[in-house]
Design a protein around this ligand. Sequence first.
Ligand code: 5GP
Length: 137
Amino acid sequence: MTVFEMIVARKIPSHIVYEDDLVIAFLDIQQTTKGHTLIVPKEPYENIFDMPKDLLKHLIAVTQKLAFSIKNAFNASGINLLNNNGVVAGQTVFHYHFHIIPRYEDDNFDITFSNNADQLNEDDYKNRAALIKAALS
Ligand code: 5GP
């Protein structure tokens, strides 16, 4: 049983902010920023690759609703949505979830993308795009 299933089943305490038949949202215990919230499907799908499409659509629709509420509740200046899939991507709980992370001036939460553009030429971009497009079909 994942820790999130235990939250769904009320086997461990949490601060639930939203619940319906399919998804549940509660405060992340770490509160990386004020109001940091997790939204998870009640069924323990492990990652984005396992998520049924309709459930994913519902989850993202509720995520938008929560993003509005969290932004308004704390007067946040922005929101990051984060979803880690796989150990290498930083996933530690193997039950699908989105982090909804409200952002404030000087909140010390740092997401920076490394910029490798200076190591690539036009062919590198073309090859990478071609590989993705081929895998889509
Ligand atoms: P991940 O690293 O898998 O993307 O995120 C897992 C998140 O689950 C972490 O941010 C962590 O703080 C949160 N978490 C882990 N255990 C618990 C718990 O027992 N209660 C709550 N509310 N959050 C938890």
